[in-house]
Design a protein around this ligand. Structure first.
Ligand code: TYD
Ligand code: MG
Length: 484
């Protein structure tokens, strides 16, 4: 006889409580606990299938322990090769190492095996509604199908007709495009059945929040449904070797719905960011079992979908003009260097209640920089509100951007600016000293390539690139003198 126990699961952080509370005691979010019934004991086989079956094995065969040396990469689905989407910026974020031959090729989409999806993996892609998740996934599906892989695009939000219209806009419905299958359905069992019938290399579920499992009493999008559907889909990926991509919307708190729950279950979590009012979009990995989370992918939204911005290093600083409170810094993002403009503004506030607001910059780093500026450079910011942001929504977490941030704040405070063509690199220590950064040569080369003629940096023995002069500064006091 099946017994059921009731738990309350937080929609925001995934913690489990024994009774309902107005506020989650773990993450502090109000009204986030949701009732979740779990069957124990004689639960039907079907409800437990996702978690009860050993992943990667048929239910009929018992998994056997074996020596790791006997496990070959070739025995994994896809022969251990990655499935490149042909969208370079997306493949970069998905991980893997680039193939030098493919980079030279005229038809890079025909190259598989180095970057891209790992067969049998489950990927979650999140972002605000309207940022372009469906567009990106349909484009990727189109490219994959053109390169000879079968792809199933399951749309739970749009009808097949609407999907066709979108495909027309993206040019993804060309004649002879017979590897791209679409299905407009929300029922999990039917989706899995169709996936097994079509046997695709990649199945896209757009979106996971609308999918429901028929035998659960909960509504689609609830913790119970999300957890059950995600588990079954992850199982589908591991058992068949197809890649399952789940698209998820972000809740109003700015997190993926049921974030912890889903993040733990999948292999890769990508986050699609961008400003609705600007055309550029950034894809970053928050979690990646098969690659680094440092890489970002850059795109531009246009009339016919998303366009890759392969040479995006100047994208976020292209509108930069010399002005007080604005400084450009070359920031490393994975294997490449991007020039990012950081801006600061100071305004009269109240002593003891001065605001410190950041966007794209770590607030605790800002607090540290303000303290160093007060102590070592003589700024008085205790009664000043300080606002700092990185232009274009790029998250700047590298300490190498310290000097640029400090100069932006100082410039904003004294209404002074760096001259046109000057950028800054350097980590700031608590003593106000400017410290070395990683890979200075790559940063200097990128700054010089994009037209910066002088670079404020810590004393270094790296040779200045042609057309670029180094302005070595030992401490903050000296650096501040560059403002005029
Ligand atoms: P969409 O992919 O539907 O977003 P999501 O799935 O993340 O909700 O993108 C919708 C937005 O993109 C919408 O504002 C229109 C815009 N868009 C373009 O600008 N160009 C295009 O070619 C397409 C397909 C969409
Ligand atoms: Mg969508």
């Amino acid at each position: 006889m099946a017994k059921s126990t009731t738990q309350f699961v937080c929609r925001s952080c995934g913690s489990i409580q024994a009774r309902w509370m107005g506020k989650c005691p773990d993450c502090g979010v109000w009204d986030a606990l949701e009732e979740h019934r779990t069957a124990t004991g004689g639960a039907s086989k079907d409800t437990q299938r996702g978690s009860a079956q050993p992943i990667g094995n048929d239910a009929s065969s018992t998994p056997q322990a074996m020596q790791i040396s006997l496990v070959t990469a070739d025995s994994s689905p896809g022969g251990g090769l990655r499935l490149g989407t042909g969208i370079g910026e997306l493949d970069r974020v998905l991980g893997g190492s680039p193939d030098p031959e493919a980079e030279k090729s005229e038809h890079p989409q025909s190259f598989r095996g180095f970057r891209g999806f790992v067969p049998g993996s489950a990927v979650l892609i999140g972002g605000d509604p309207g940022v372009g998740k469906s567009t990106l996934m349909l484009q990727a599906a189109d490219r994959l199908a053109r390169a000879g892989s079968r792809v199933l695009y399951v749309s739970s939000e749009e009808s097949a007709h609407q999907l066709r219209l979108r495909a027309q806009r993206l040019g993804a419905d060309a004649p002879g495009q017979d590897g791209l299958y679409v299905l407009a359905d929300t029922n999990l069992a039917r989706i899995i059945e169709q996936t097994r019938r079509v046997d695709p290399a990649v199945v896209v579920i757009d979106s996971i929040q609308m999918i429901y499992k028929g035998d659960l009493p909960a509504a689609p999008g609830t913790v119970t449904q999300l957890r059950a559907c995600c588990l079954e889909l992850v199982y589908l990926a591991k058992s068949t070797g197809c890649v399952v991509v789940m698209v998820g919307h972000v809740t109003k708190e700015g997190r993926l719905a049921g974030p912890r729950l889903l993040e733990h279950m999948v292999d890769t979590v990508l986050y699609f960011e961008g400003d609705r009012y600007h055309s550029h979009r950034i894809v970053r990995a928050i979690k990646n079992r098969f690659g680094t989370t440092l890489e970002v992918g850059l795109f531009e939204m246009g009339d016919s979908g998303l366009r890759e911005v392969a040479d995006g290093s100047g994208l976020l600083a292209k509108e930069h003009r010399a002005m007080a409170g604005s400084v450009v810094c070359p920031v490393l993002q994975g294997s490449r260097c991007l020039l990012v403009e950081v801006q600061a503004l100071t305004a009269t506030g109240f002593l003891g209640a001065a605001k410190r607001k950041t966007s794209g910059v770590d607030p605790s780093r800002l607090a540290m920089l303000i303290a160093v500026l007060e102590k070592r450079a003589g700024l008085r910011l205790a009664d000043q509100d300080v606002f700092v942001s990185s232009v274009g929504g790029m998250r700047v977490v590298e300490p190498a951007a310290d000097l640029a941030l400090a100069l932006a704040i100082t410039g904003a405070h004294y209404n002074k600016k760096l001259e046109q063509g000057v950028c800054a690199i350097g980590e700031i220590g608590l003593g106000g000293e400017i410290r070395h950064v990683q890979q200075p040569a790559q940063r200097l080369a990128e700054a010089a390539r994009l037209g910066f003629t002088r670079v404020l940096c810590p004393p270094t023995n790296v040779k200045a690139p042609a057309g670029c002069q180094l302005l070595p500064v030992r401490d903050l006091d000296l650096a501040v003198q560059a403002l005029g």
